[in-house]
Design a protein around this ligand. Structure first.
Ligand SMILES: [Ca+2]
Ligand SMILES: [Ca+2]
Ligand SMILES: [Ca+2]
Length: 666
């Protein structure tokens, strides 16, 4: 039995006798298209409309979130010539005068603030009232009740609340914590061998030219055979098509399947729009192999070779071979030697490190589903939102691992994967999102995670990639309908896989952050970015000169390191840059300063101090703030420089008595 796309009821179609070389896409087509206008609705309403049970976006409503209070406060005193010599516990005692609360100093924090405890049980209302009392004290810069935050970094994408399969939960893939390590880079290329691509706004400038391998003009639906335009013209099937050559396919609208799959891998993240993909910077190489009613083995095999950088007769060489090849397609039968030998050659060429294939949607043993059953493939089964086997998913000893792929439910049609699509029923029209399901969407979860691993560890071999995916997979929940006999060793674990890649990558040579100074502006700026440094050195932006000072950072994550983010503070607020240490400070800065431009979550990598102390073989980095309209921060490992700036009225920001903000390699 094989699965045929386009069933609206998710039932498996009766076995049909179609030609065995026709391969269909493995989208189970839940396809509740969400109109863009849905963005105007409050999320709780959308969730209700869509049947979502739980909302996980942060809420600003304090009344309902009392349980999230820790009962502690974060208090920062004003810099005060009269009081700054007084010990913090004494200043807290002075604060508490006039309230019934007994305040207790717990520990100093970054940027001169303090964690403050309150003795005695406190209701949320009392905590908020006390915070208000404390904040009104003339000695206090701010006093805020501390809350529990579930994740270090919560991207803000429009439809993210419904992408529960990305969450750090037993049934999710832990993408949120993986993004603390990396959100990808444009160095990595993922080939999507599918229906071609649409230029969706959520992936703008992320799509490479690719190639169209569909040799049959009727199937291709673009008027000709193979060509260099991999855009998706639509693959709709009409009554006439059904009466003619495509009698084994249902009448249906265009699937935009290649765009659905690419969106799972690569939709821009944290951009306040659309969905979040796994890798927010990688390039997608669209390779068109599926048209009306599927695609052929010969076109697909050629496309695998081409995507990997191998020569294909009659086709120009691929200028951008892919690091990962995603095949969300398949059909019944044994693994052809053609697939197996081509996949082996593709991996042997060395650029491609993973060929990820959907296991198929027949609820049958993957052993009879090609090309997922080829030994070179990473075969991905699909789990549902409960962490069990999705009803449709193929299974068996040939599964490499499982990933969420959505599960259709007539009652709760949202229980799918939200991804990018096009609103056109036949030919393309405007961008939209779609709610879809199938092993078609489990495979690109794995491809997206592999692309993050290769961003961190570009030298991983294909064998290492497979081994990391398998060894880091999360065990299936007790009582799950998935077990290691049918769904592989476990569920894709993005965070553990990415951190294993960090460990496998080994040490990276440190690079220098070069400091520049602009005399006219009396302004400092540092960068470890070579083109940026070269540009400032060249005088392209007048007035900047090196100060001769530098310190070292890592260009890539190291075991135990933390990313440093960079914000641009726009001209009306200072015309300056701010480097945040760690995802907590970066997320907090983004949240508090929505007009700052969040340039990058990871411009460099350092270590974080522990209670103001840096690990062995690292140097403390000090951050001083101009406290002027130019909002200038200066970063230095030189205490004398720090002290000189403080003498000029700059403020030290950091942890412990020595005010350390980061730790740089020696
Ligand atoms: Ca064509
Ligand atoms: Ca074409
Ligand atoms: Ca987005």
């Amino acid at each position: 039995m094989h699965w045929v796309c386009a069933t609206s009821t998710f039932d498996v179609q009766p076995t049909s006798q179609r030609s065995s070389d026709i391969i269909s896409s493995e989208s189970a087509k839940i396809r509740t298209r969400l109109p863009r206008q849905a963005a105007a609705l409050p999320w709780n309403l959308i969730a209700t409309l869509l049947g979502l049970g739980v909302l996980l976006l942060a809420s600003s409503a304090t009344a309902q979130t009392g349980a999230a209070f820790t009962g502690r406060f974060i208090v920062k005193f004003k810099e005060s010539a009269q009081k700054s010599h007084i010990a913090v516990p004494m200043r807290l005692n002075q604060l508490a005068v006039g309230t019934t609360a007994r305040l207790k100093h717990i520990r100093p924090m970054a940027v001169g603030a303090h964690v403050v405890g309150v003795e005695g049980a406190q209701t949320p209302q009392a905590i908020e009232a006390l915070a208000g009392d404390l904040a009104r004290d003339p000695d206090v810069e701010y006093a805020e009740p501390e809350r529990i935050r579930k994740r270090a970094f919560i991207p803000n994408d429009e439809f993210l609340a419904a992408q529960t399969y990305l969450f750090n939960e037993p049934t999710g893939i832990d993408a949120f914590v993986a993004w603390d390590v990396t959100t990808g880079s444009s160095r990595t290329i993922v080939a999507v061998l599918d229906t071609g691509s649409r230029p969706h706004a959520a992936m703008s400038r992320r799509i490479l030219p690719g190639y169209d391998f569909i040799s049959d003009a009727t199937r291709a639906n673009d008027g000709d055979g193979r060509d260099a335009d991999a855009s998706d013209p639509g693959d709709w099937i009409t009554a006439t098509d059904r009466d003619g050559r495509f009698s084994d396919c249902n009448m249906e609208d265009s699937s935009w399947h290649g765009t659905l799959v690419a969106g799972v891998i690569a939709a821009n993240g944290n951009d306040r729009a659309w969905t979040a993909g796994l890798n927010w910077a990688a390039k997608i190489l669209p390779v068109r192999v599926l048209g009306k009613c599927g695609g052929t083995d010969s076109d697909i095999i050629d496309a695998i070779a081409w995507a990997a950088g191998l020569p294909v007769p009659g086709v120009p060489a691929n200028p951008t071979p892919a690091h990962v090849i995603n095949l969300s397609l398949g059909g019944e039968g044994a693994c052809h030697f053609g697939y197996s030998t081509t996949m082996r050659a593709a991996l042997a060429r060395g650029v491609t490190r993973a060929i990820v294939v959907s296991a198929g949607n027949d609820d049958a043993d993957v052993a009879n589903h090609a090309p997922a059953n080829c030994p070179e493939a990473i075969a991905v089964a699909s789990t549902n939102s409960a962490g069990g086997k999705a009803a449709y998913s193929n299974f068996g000893a040939g599964i490499t691992l499982a990933a969420p792929g959505g599960q259709y439910s007539r009652r709760f049609s949202i229980d799918g994967v939200l991804t990018l699509s096009n609103a056109g029923a036949t030919t393309p029209t405007v961008d939209t999102v779609a709610n879809v399901g199938g092993t078609s969407f489990a495979a690109p979860m794995v491809s997206g995670v592999v692309s993050l691993m290769l961003d961190i560890a570009p030298n991983l071999t294909a064998a290492q990639v497979r081994s990391i995916l398998v060894s880091t997979a999360k065990p299936f929940l007790a009582g799950s309908s998935c077990n290691t006999a049918i769904c592989g060793p476990g569920l894709l674990a993005a965070d553990a896989a990415v951190r294993a890649a960090v460990a496998a990558a080994g040490p990276t040579a440190a690079v220098n952050v070069i400091e520049f100074y602009h005399r006219g502006l009396d302004h400092y700026f540092g960068s470890a970015n070579l083109p940026e440094i070269a540009s400032l050195d060249s005088g392209a932006t007048r007035g900047w000169a090196r100060t001769g000072r530098s310190f070292k950072v890592y260009p890539a994550p190291q075991p135990g390191s933390s990313a440093v983010c960079r914000f641009y503070i726009p001209p009306q607020l200072g015309d300056s840059h701010f480097f945040g240490r760690g995802t907590d400070e970066c997320a907090a800065t983004a949240q508090k300063n929505s007009s700052f431009i969040y340039e990058s979550p990871a411009v460099m990598h350092v270590f974080l101090p522990n209670a103001g102390s840096c690990p062995a073989t690292t140097l403390p980095v000090y951050r001083v703030f101009s406290s002027r309209a130019d909002a200038n921060h200066r970063y230095t490992t030189d205490r004398a420089v720090r002290d000189e700036m403080i003498a000029q009225g700059w403020l030290a920001e950091g942890d412990g008595s020595d005010r350390v903000v980061m730790c740089a390699p020696e």
